[in-house]
Design a protein around this ligand. Structure first.
Ligand code: 5GP
Ligand code: MN
Length: 380
């Protein structure tokens, strides 16, 4: 058995080399996780990106509309790394993101495309590299897509949604990985740069991993996740404080809105499903601001026996109802989203849109529950 320095950071420094480590049979499980970390992203893609990266000066990082914790976390995680490497880096997102992510180091430097289009267009056009994080389809960046598509910059996608579109030279797409933030960690480590992740970057990466797994309550059975967390802890992050900053910063009106929405919840016991809804009228009544209903869709899964939760929210800007679906176990809510609401997503977290009234959207869902009844389990 070779002697191993079990200090987490030390292990990271010594072993995230560009060469893939063979697994000597005598190594512990702990060391085996390093071997697993080395395997996920194709070596050729890591090498290709590293070549671009070392030559680049101006790097633009973009993420999807209504950025969530993973969009912001992965973008800022990569941004801190770029800054540490002396690059001129900018994170640009199509529109605003929730207040509970605004504590994140670097978040004040994020450019919002809907506010600073002219400046953002210039950065995008002049970038050497554009990193497309946490989205698989160009329409997910809304009106930014034109500028990104027409930029001569080299483009890389780092993402974990199914069916990546073909608009980037390097496509690192791993739907089996729970968060883009985890992929960013893996990519930096595979470039041999674990040591260049600082505490701020580690906080952002952790936040993305935490939010895309509901604080490690779904999509989170991979042992590697916990290995990575221990490595991030070795950078000095305070995970308990991060949890509080993200999940325990609700406004009074959000909690009252939650109470209201839950009191109106409809449960379909024979379909093991539940539905919550939010109209524009209710949003006004509860002083709704963007992000106030974040996470609501997960709550009905707390009911014993419920394996599918649906949240229908009327949009304030467009005559549209945003559909969010969550499931536990094998129920494919992405299939339901695509067949009934023109959307998609992951097995256990998906969404779509509905054009019509709230009553019609409910009826559509109930139709879907009938169609999917065999997959929603037996009566009772
Ligand atoms: P959320 O419910 O948080 O808005 O979305 C959960 C997941 O569902 C997203 O990460 C995304 O993969 C997927 N999703 C949400 N809305 C849409 C949509 O309109 N179209 C597609 N294709 N996927 C969506
Ligand atoms: Mn994500």
């Amino acid at each position: 058995m070779p002697s191993i320095d079990l200090t987490a950071g030390a292990i990271g420094r010594h072993t995230y080399s560009r060469r893939r480590a063979a697994r000597p049979s005598a190594l512990s499980h702990y060391t085996y996780y390093i071997y697993m970390l080395n395997r996920i992203i194709d070596q050729s893609k890591v090498d290709h990106f590293a070549k671009w990266f070392h030559r680049a000066d101006k790097i633009v990082i973009v993420s999807h509309l209504s950025p969530d914790g993973d969009a912001i976390g992965s973008s800022l995680g990569l941004w801190h790394f770029c800054e540490n490497q002396g690059k001129t880096a900018n994170v640009i997102v199509p529109n605003g993101f929730p207040d509970f992510l605004k504590w994140m180091p670097g978040s004040k430097d994020i450019l919002q495309y809907d506010r600073y289009k002219g400046f953002a267009d210039k950065l995008i056009a002049e970038a050497d590299i554009i990193c497309c994080l946490d989205f698989n389809a160009i329409h997910r960046i809304g009106s930014m897509s034109e500028a990104v598509l027409s930029s001569p910059a080299r483009k890389i996608m780092v993402d974990h949604h199914l069916h990546p579109e073909d608009f980037c030279r390097i496509v690192i797409s791993h739907p089996e990985i729970a968060s883009t933030s985890e992929l960013v960690f893996r990519l930096i480590c595979r470039m041999g740069c674990f040591a260049d992740i600082n505490r701020e970057g580690a906080e952002c990466i952790y936040t993305g991993m935490m939010t895309d797994t509901g604080n490690f309550t779904y999509n989170s059975n991979s042992p590697a996740i916990y290995f990575i967390i221990s490595e991030l802890l070795s950078k000095g992050i305070d995970k308990d404080t991060i949890y509080r900053k993200v999940f325990n910063t609700y406004s009074e009106s959000r909690l009252r809105l939650m109470g209201h929405v839950l009191s109106e919840m409809k449960v379909y016991p024979e379909r093991h499903a539940a539905l919550i809804t939010l109209t524009v009228k209710e949003q006004k009544q509860f002083d709704y601001i963007r992000g106030d209903s974040e996470g609501f869709v997960n709550i009905p899964l707390g009911i014993k026996g419920v394996i599918l939760s649906c949240f229908l929210r009327e949009d304030t800007e467009r005559p549209m109802i945003k559909v969010s679906l969550r499931s536990v176990g094998p129920f494919p809510c992405n299939r339901l989203a695509s067949e009934f609401f023109g959307g998609g997503g992951h097995l256990n977290a998906s969404g779509g849109e509905f054009y019509g009234s709230m009553e019609e959207a409910k009826a559509r869902l109930e139709e879907a529950l009938e169609k999917f009844a065999p997959l929603l389990g037996a009566k009772g």
